[in-house]
Ligand binder design. Structure first.
Ligand SMILES: [Zn+2]
Length: 573
């Protein structure tokens, strides 16, 4: 009998939920970049409270200063220390009045955020690039700026992003987990100018990876000295108190010190926000060119429509000429005129360094053609391209690539034969790949690569089994490689390629029985009591197989307990 699992995933049911984002959303790879020498002076404070209401509010999660390393677990407490300048916070104190005064009971030693990751309470956790305010109602712009994003953004949910300086410099703010499309009722869309702080830009909600209604607010700062894809980095708008610890850990990753950016030192409402631009006071920071009467610039943005010639994995002949094209939509508010597609990295495959993109109006679609020639060496090849504006800036969403497999073999002195059974084309669920190599003293290993699969052996006569049950139908390049003892990294193997076509439909596989989701209460349930129990539905393999064992995977934010049991209920411990 096939082994069946009824997995229960990510259930956080035994403790009251703090309103936080899922940290996996924001955890990023280390991005150590050059120090920001461009603007080392502390900036003027310019942010106002990004939500409605006065009085009491709670911060349920703070900014992680070890960003973007986000190595909170095991870090020194000081490294994970955010200090609200001038305010005294007690351990685990997360409730404040809108002037920054801690609520009753929140007295005691300065600072101290628990240096825990995914343990309650979530005052602080690894990888968090902003602040979670446990508030509801309208999200408000924190400063004057240009809306550069208003759409779904992965685990951030529905997000509005406002750029507070010229595009490609200064600061931007992000507002996550908003009610989808709620920005539209305020006339706030991509390219809209928000004339002042305090204007409603959406409704605070629970969209994306969020466990309750809250506003995730983050501030990003531009570093022109960093590589183009690492120029925007999260920063802490509450700053870092160098009197407590001299070095902001953010310096190590983003090359910069956090500064308190709140006008008055604490989030406070901008009084009676005007709907028209208020007069500029000389010296007042409103972000670069955002002065009264200045027409807002357009926002360049592109989206690949998933229509192209030579899609990923296409098998081509050595030296074949390729009319490579991608279909894109201009999803920004700028008309493209004078834009180019530039070669960025990987293999250029005979293409030019850049091609001019025909003039494309905002909202229109375009096919961008690049003449290329397939490489002559067998195996996988990739090249990466970028859409660049006339000023040389990379356009968001404009990164494209070509990934092809070249059929055929390299010079081969040792491969005797490489055959597939059954021969191509077929509908087989398992294809046997028989490889034979003449042994010689330098022989180390041979392997077969196809798609994401790779199988290796040190034998010289071997039958590899290619399981195709979950492989898409169509053409596949199956590559045999043979390496020597002096080539441990498969950098220059002998190679032979078989072009194989899979036809028909993949064989039905035994799907996981009723993998539960949080929207289907019939797949699992909880009994409250002592002790509480977590139960999977007792029946229900879609294939009709009897279910005799259940696999439980009980999680808070960490794995608490897991394993196979013969009962459909478990008592989490
Ligand atoms: Zn958050």
């Amino acid at each position: 009998m096939r082994r069946l699992r009824a997995a229960l995933l990510a259930l956080v049911l035994l403790a009251p939920l703090p309103f936080v984002c899922d940290s996996s959303v924001y955890a990023r790879a280390p991005a150590r970049v050059a120090p920001d020498t461009e603007n080392s002076d502390p900036p003027a404070a310019f942010l106002y409270q990004p939500f409605e209401g006065t009085g009491y509010f709670r911060i349920t999660a703070y900014f992680d200063h070890t960003c973007p390393d986000y190595n909170a677990t095991g870090g020194e407490p000081a490294e994970d220390l955010t200090v609200f300048s001038g305010h005294t916070l007690a351990e685990h104190c997360r409730s404040f009045y809108s002037d920054g005064t801690p609520a009753a009971g929140c007295t005691g030693p300065i600072r101290a955020f628990d240096n825990t990751t995914w343990e309650l309470p979530h005052a602080y956790y690894s990888g968090h690039d902003g602040y979670d305010f446990a508030v509801s109602g309208q999200a408000l712009s924190a400063a004057r700026g240009l809306v550069t994003f208003a759409d779904w953004k992965g685990d951030c949910g529905w997000m509005v992003e406002i750029m507070h300086d010229d595009l490609g410099s200064g600061y931007k703010t992000r507002y996550c987990h908003l009610e989808p499309h709620s920005n539209e009722q305020y006339g706030v869309e991509l390219g809209t100018m928000v004339w002042d702080a305090g204007q409603p830009i959406g409704i605070i909600d629970n969209s994306g990876a969020s466990s309750g209604t809250h506003l995730h607010f983050s501030v990003w700062r531009y570093n022109g000295d960093a590589p183009p894809d690492k120029q925007w980095n999260p920063t802490d708008p509450f700053g870092w108190d160098i009197s407590v610890s001299p070095t902001d850990p953010l310096v190590a990753c983003n090359g910069e010190q956090s500064h308190n950016l709140w006008v008055g030192g604490w989030p406070q409402l901008k009084g009676d926000p005007p709907t028209e631009p208020s007069p500029l006071v000389e010296g007042e920071f409103r972000g670069g060119w955002f002065g009264a009467g200045v027409a807002p610039p357009c926002v360049p943005r592109a989206e690949f429509l998933d229509i192209e010639s030579f899609p990923d994995g296409t098998v081509v002949q050595p030296g074949q000429s390729m009319d490579k094209w991608w279909r894109l939509k201009n999803t920004g508010t700028c008309d493209w005129s004078g834009y180019q597609l530039m070669f960025e990295s990987g293999e250029q495959m005979g293409g030019p360094g850049s091609v001019a993109i025909p003039t494309t109006a905002a909202g229109a679609s375009i096919d961008i053609h690049v003449p290329m020639v397939a490489p002559t060496s067998g195996g996988d090849h990739a090249g990466y391209w970028r859409i660049v504006s006339p000023s040389g800036a990379w356009v968001d969403g404009g990164r494209l690539w070509i990934k092809v497999s070249v059929a055929g073999s390299t010079t081969s002195d040792h491969i005797i034969s490489f055959t597939a059974d059954p021969a191509s084309p077929s509908t087989a669920n398992t294809v046997l790949l028989h490889a034979r190599v003449n042994w010689w003293s330098e022989f180390r290993a041979m392997r077969v690569r196809v798609g994401d699969q790779s199988m290796e052996t040190s034998e010289t006569d071997h039958v590899f089994q290619w399981d195709t049950t979950s492989v898409p139908r169509g053409d596949h390049a199956i590559v045999l490689e043979v390496a020597t003892h002096s080539d441990l990294s498969w950098s220059s193997p002998e190679r032979r390629t078989i072009l194989y076509t899979l036809e028909g439909e993949p064989a039905p596989s035994n799907h996981a029985p009723n993998r539960p989701t949080l929207v289907s209460p019939y797949d699992w349930y909880v009994t409250v009591g002592s002790p509480p129990q977590l139960c999977a539905q007792a029946q229900g393999d879609p294939d009709g197989d009897p279910v005799s064992q259940y696999y439980f995977d009980v999680r808070g934010h960490d794995l608490w307990n897991s394993g196979w049991i013969s009962s459909n209920c478990v008592t989490p411990s």
